[in-house]
Design a protein. Structure first.
Length: 278
């Protein structure tokens, strides 16, 4: 294919994609869109061009293919602003939908090398591994796995977590006041176990959150590994130049207590904001 033809094909695909985006925005969730054949006739383009544009919208989470039935408008992604709230601490604002959590694992294990390093423990030290499935409108969207030193939460049971915030529990029962955290976010794909819990194919696009959290004394109290479905979740951030930032809207985190946070030549890292799931 010549350069001119490639550019023409790309232009057609972009035009069809924008047409479909406009169509999706005008329809209700679950509404069917015209078939590929109908779109070809309506827009005067080839079927491969239409299919390529549709594939893009499926990957973006805007359309859902149902085998033998057609293509339908997908439910909107959950938009979460990465900002801690004064009332709920590090718990995110739950925007829209019916939110639920289900504990799928509550096990006492040895920390091991990786988790031990994050929690500043010996690999042989006991920790609690707590895995919870996050559900919105009866659809699983995330898996949160929290590792917490067993010595910090004596007597903690799985049923204690049902219907309650983990951070509130730390505060009220164990007088642990969570104060700051370092968190990383990166793209990933689901493995077999994660796919089974989330109800998606293996190697499904997802977002990986890893967070190390400290209390008001600087003691590390948890390490969290979270996997969020890429088709149902997006991140919003509010950015301001530090010289014009409103009081109380940023967190300053020392790089000394997490290796991943250290920047050579810098004493602190100022990050606004964090997403911190309770």
């Amino acid at each position: 294919m010549t350069s001119g033809r490639r550019e023409e094909s790309s232009s057609k695909r972009e035009r069809i994609r924008e047409h479909l985006r406009d169509l999706v925005e005008s329809l209700e969730v679950g509404s069917a869109i015209p078939s590929e054949r109908q779109l070809c006739e309506e827009l005067g383009v080839s079927r491969p061009t239409v299919r390529s544009a549709v594939d893009d919208l499926v990957r973006d989470g805007l359309l859902v293919r149902q085998h033998g039935r057609g293509m339908f408008v997908a439910a909107p992604k959950i938009a979460q602003e990465l900002t801690p709230s004064a009332s709920a601490g590090f718990a995110p604002k739950r925007v829209g939908g019916r939110w639920n959590s289900r504990t799928v694992d509550f096990t006492r294990i040895s920390a091991g090398a990786r988790v031990g390093r994050r929690l500043r423990l010996s690999p042989a030290d006991p920790v609690l591994r707590i895995t919870r499935l996050r559900i919105v409108d009866d659809v699983p969207i995330a898996i949160d796995t929290v590792f917490v030193p067993e010595s910090l939460v004596p007597g903690l049971r799985a049923q204690d977590l049902q219907g309650s915030s983990f951070y509130q529990l730390l505060s009220t029962r164990y007088t642990i006041e969570v104060d700051e955290a370092v968190q990383s976010i990166e793209p990933t794909v689901t493995d077999e176990d994660e796919s089974a819990l989330l109800g998606v194919p293996v190697h499904f696009p997802a977002l990986l959150f890893e967070r190390t959290t400290a209390d008001s004394t600087g003691r590390i109290v948890e390490f969290t590994h979270s996997v969020y479905r890429g088709d149902r979740y997006r991140i919003l951030t509010r950015l301001k130049l530090s010289g014009h930032q409103a009081p109380g809207t940023s967190l300053t985190v020392s790089g000394a207590w997490d290796d991943s946070a250290h920047v050579p030549g810098a004493d602190t890292i100022t990050t606004d904001p964090y997403f911190l799931q309770d």
